[in-house]
Ligand binder design. Structure first.
Ligand code: NAD
Length: 297
């Protein structure tokens, strides 16, 4: 059945996600600061609202896809925000990738205002957003997650209920910190092999079938050749941009400090991605960090 949805943040991710909801027959009121984003939404059959209060009034569901925690806090808790203007009982879905503290704070305030809320960050990038094949990592009470699921199924192909409020964000940053570390490790192995005169294809043949095996090697190989679909074969165009990885590593570092976890490798990975991004490389795929490691040797 058709729902009335307010969708705040129609950027690279939110734009195509909202359009998939329109295509599924929902009435989607878009809100964004950018006129271009609103125009695109309208052309695809969406409706546009002038403000958050206008969009969320009478909405069954509010979805947000914003850059960072401060935007999420402002959109939900400000005077003109969602919590003041949505009806009690409205389902709120925040799909932005943000810090766990803000996710939990906003969830607490939302529940106190009589709303149902889940954090539901995604992986899969803009390509997955367009194709409706995102993976959602969801935090919140089971009833809210079940209410959100049919909409998440429209925008994605897999939905994992990770736990209570903030657990979706926690799953996302833990995964991405591991990914950054494994990518740097994979790159270091190829750089060392080059110095040792070991052929990259031979290293791949050995490591992909032995204990060095990991996704960064076998699905996203940072040297051209062994995995034809990896960005290394396409001049390191993203893919997953280095600046996005740096953002997620910042969130992991913040969480580690705030909750007292030792993450020395995550910390070092953040430093290396920061140095790499500072070389005008922030728009390159995150596997291009192999060039940075080669040149620092
Ligand atoms: P984006 O910058 O393209 O889009 C954000 C949109 O939010 C912009 O259109 C901006 O105008 C709008 N916005 C900001 N503040 C607003 C406000 N107060 N009211 C209304 N609109 C506002 O970013 P994106 O690439 O779509 O990413 C969104 C989130 O998804 C981020 O948290 C990002 O980390 C996460 N994410 C992105 C990718 C990716 O590949 N792009 C992948 C996974 C997760």
């Amino acid at each position: 059945n058709s729902l009335r949805i307010a969708f705040v943040g129609l950027g690279n991710m939110g734009g195509p996600m909202a359009i998939n909801l329109v295509k599924a027959g929902h009435e989607v009121y878009g809100v964004d600061l950018s006129e271009t984003a609103l125009q695109r939404h309208k052309e695809a059959g969406g409706k546009c609202a002038e403000s958050i209060p206008e969009a969320v009034k009478d909405a069954d569901v509010v979805i947000t896809m914003l850059p960072a925690g401060k935007h999420v806090r402002a959109v939900y808790t400000g005077d003109e925000g969602v919590l003041t203007h949505a009806e009690r009982g409205t389902l709120l879905i925040d799909s932005s990738t943000i810090d766990v503290d803000t996710a939990r704070d906003v969830a607490g305030e939302a529940v106190a205002s009589g709303m149902h809320i889940v954090d539901a960050p995604v992986s899969g990038g803009a390509v997955g957003a367009q194709a409706g094949t995102l993976t959602f990592m969801v935090g919140g009470p089971a009833e809210a997650v079940e209410r959100a699921r049919p909409l998440l199924d429209v925008m994605g192909k897999s939905v994992v209920h990770a736990g209570d409020a903030g657990a979706g964000q926690a799953a996302k940053i833990c995964n991405n910190m591991l990914l950054a570390i494994s990518m740097i490790g994979t790159c270091e192995a190829f750089v060392l092999a080059e110095k040792l005169g070991l052929d990259a294809a031979k290293l791949f043949e050995v490591a992909s079938t032995s204990s060095g095996q990991c996704w960064s090697l076998t699905s996203y190989c940072p040297v051209p050749g062994p995995v034809p679909t990896s960005p290394a074969n396409n001049d390191y165009k993203p893919g997953f941009a280095a600046e996005m990885m740096l953002k997620d590593l910042g969130l992991a570092r913040q969480a580690a400090e705030s909750f007292g976890a030792a993450t020395p490798m995550g910390h070092r990975a953040a430093e290396l991605y920061e140095q790499f991004c500072n070389q005008d490389a922030e728009k390159r795929d995150f596997s291009a960090i192999i060039h940075f490691l080669r040149q620092t040797g």
